[in-house]
Design a binder for this molecule. Structure first.
Ligand code: ADP
Length: 581
């Protein structure tokens, strides 16, 4: 637990100074609040041995009470203002930092967790942290100060009061602590379920097309509700347990109050304390016992939120697997020569090597194709060039330098990829194309669209370039999305262009358009094509054939098709017979 608070404190680094200052205000505030009851004690004592000449003193003390209340409320104003400022500030910087972190984390992390989970983690984390801090500032810390002050005063008044208070308060705190320890595992489970349920909900909506076409709505609903059911069961279990413990906690508090009262009566009876003092002691201890109870309720809540907070903190402390070298190379321009030297790579959740001792060299300005059966490692090669992953052994070099020597953003800006599934933002066609270069003018965008053979279909859209294309480009066909991807890559004006050809989603017309577009933009660039259809790569300068992570053949189309025993010739034959891929 101490560790948790430490981590939280570090997470809230931007608020640390303000929190320390707040702590001082809180101490002043709680001390001020003791003045009223103390004056009341003095007044009662004066009344018990009432003398007429004391009237003005009594009146002054009453006025003093009023004045101290007013000062207290003024301090309360500053205190609350401070608390709000801190909380609102946190709600700004926590999610913005979380987003910054998420977009910087490598593909490896993102592939491990689904979108719904991540969003839920951030949202619940931020909510719970601000809940937690609100409780801390308004309840927990003031109460703790109050408890310490009460204990000290009771000790000063009569050590026996202090002793009784000291006996009951910790027992109460211990019981609260024990029950929460017991509930921890249920709570953790519940939070995992929350994230899972958010993930499930997200998935069923993102894949709605598949869900509906295979009539799996009922199953989705069932799976979602079974997770929520688990949450319900655990939550009820948790709260019923707490309610049960409350009976015990009530008993402890009541026994404590009665004991102090009994002791007080005994001491007054023997003339050891005045009635005023008894009233003062009772007021303070009642207030403290009552706060103790509230404190325990907040402790339950804090424990409850700590799990969500912990998950958020873990995200904040997640280390990118791809380390960006400090002062890495930031070339002004690159030639675009790529080399793999004995590259070995295995994905985290896989046993087989995705790349097995792969070595090759790609000259700047050439067109290169990677082909082979699916699962061969083609996409992995592309990802290594981007440095989405680092090889476990061997090196990937750009212009003769290890990729790890470059600044990550410094070299990536010279590379553009047209992925199989072009990712489309919920915005206009125009801003989707310009995503790679926000400074592009409308004329630039049109030129790129023309080169990418995209203008023809864009003009037929309802609002042309202004048409909103829907989340993930749901309103566009596969071929259209890919041409947008090409236009986007053109605007980036890369030295290295990676083109991951879509498999069978394209009709031959779209394929031809895309092919043309590719040829137009290949000039003066290093082009890497991941090809599924061999028909599209005849003009490639070099073809690399990958099978099970190994580079089994390389050469030009004519060389490879002549090698009758080779895999390429075999694949070519299969495709010519119409048995694609
Ligand atoms: P290709 O593009 O040639 O179809 P890939 O490079 O995508 O092949 O995949 C190579 C191997 O790595 C395959 O066996 C695939 O299952 C595995 N693989 C790809 N991506 C991942 C991943 N994110 N996690 C684990 N295994 C993966």
């Amino acid at each position: 637990m101490a560790n948790f608070w430490k981590k939280l404190w570090i997470l809230l680094d931007l608020s640390q100074r303000k929190l320390k200052f707040l702590f001082v205000i809180l101490i002043i505030f709680e001390l001020l609040r003791l003045i009223g009851p103390y004056l009341l004690k003095l007044i009662i004592d004066e009344l018990i041995s009432f003398k007429i000449e004391k009237v003005s003193l009594i009146l002054m003390m009453i006025a003093g009470m009023f004045l101290s209340e007013q000062i207290t409320s003024l301090v309360a104003y500053f205190k609350d203002k401070k608390i709000f400022a801190i909380l609102i500030d946190m709600e700004y910087y926590l999610p913005t930092r979380a987003q910054k972190k998420l977009v910087s984390l490598s593909l490896n992390y993102h592939e491990k967790e689904n979108t719904g989970n991540k969003i839920s983690k951030i949202q619940r984390g931020v909510d719970k942290i601000s809940d937690l801090m609100a409780n801390m500032c308004w309840e927990v810390i003031p109460t703790l100060i109050q408890l310490v002050a009460t204990f000290a005063i009771l000790l000063i008044v009569d050590w026996r009061f202090g002793f009784l208070f000291f006996l009951f308060a910790p027992t109460f705190i211990w019981v609260t602590y024990k029950v929460n320890r017991g509930l921890h595992s249920i709570r953790e489970q519940r939070h995992r379920d929350y994230e899972e349920s958010a993930g499930k909900m997200g998935e069923s909506i993102i894949n709605i097309n598949t869900v509906q076409s295979f009539v799996q709505e009922k199953r989705e609903v069932k799976e979602y509700s079974s997770i929520r059911e688990m949450i319900k069961v655990n939550e009820l279990k948790e709260w019923f347990k707490i309610l049960q413990v409350n009976i015990g906690r009530n008993f402890i508090v009541d026994t404590g109050r009665i004991s102090i009262l009994l002791l007080g009566v005994y001491l007054v009876w023997h003339g050891q304390v005045s009635i005023g003092t008894l009233v003062f002691v009772i007021t303070l201890s009642e207030k403290s016992f009552f706060s103790l109870f509230r404190l325990s309720r907040f402790y339950d809540k804090i424990q409850e939120s700590s799990v969500a907070v912990d998950r958020f903190i873990n995200l904040a402390n997640e280390n990118p697997d791809i380390k960006n070298k400090a002062n890495g190379l930031k070339p002004k321009i690159i030639r675009g020569e790529i080399e793999f030297r004995e590259v070995e790579f295995t994905y985290e959740e896989s046993n087989a090597k995705a790349l097995d001792n792969v070595s090759f060299k790609i000259a700047a300005g050439t067109i290169n194709a990677f082909v082979g059966p699916s699962g061969g490692g083609k996409t992995t090669v592309a990802r290594m060039i981007y440095r989405h992953y680092d090889p476990q052994s061997g090196t990937v070099l750009l212009d003769g330098r290890d990729l790890r020597e470059y600044d990550l953003y410094g070299f990536r800006q010279f590379i553009a990829i047209v992925p199989q599934e072009v990712e489309i933002f919920n915005a206009s066609v125009q801003s989707n194309i310009a995503y790679s270069n926000p400074k592009a003018t409308p004329a630039d965008i049109r030129r790129a669209a023309r080169i990418a053979n995209a203008e023809e279909f864009i003009k037929n859209l309802k609002n042309g370039y202004e048409t909103e294309v829907g989340e993930r480009g749901i309103k566009l066909s596969g071929g259209q999305r890919q041409r947008i991807g090409i236009a986007r890559a053109i605007l980036a004006d890369p030295k290295i262009l990676i083109f991951d050809e879509a498999t069978s989603s394209l009709d031959s017309h779209s394929e031809k358009l895309i092919q043309e577009a590719m040829e137009r933009i290949s000039k003066q660039r290093t082009v890497i094509m991941i090809a599924h259809r061999l028909s599209t790569i005849r003009n490639a300068d070099r073809i690399f054939v990958l099978e099970d992570g190994r580079l089994v053949e390389r050469g030009s189309h004519s060389e490879l098709s002549d090698a009758k025993r080779g895999l390429y010739a075999h694949l070519l034959k299969l495709q010519q017979e119409g048995d694609v891929d």
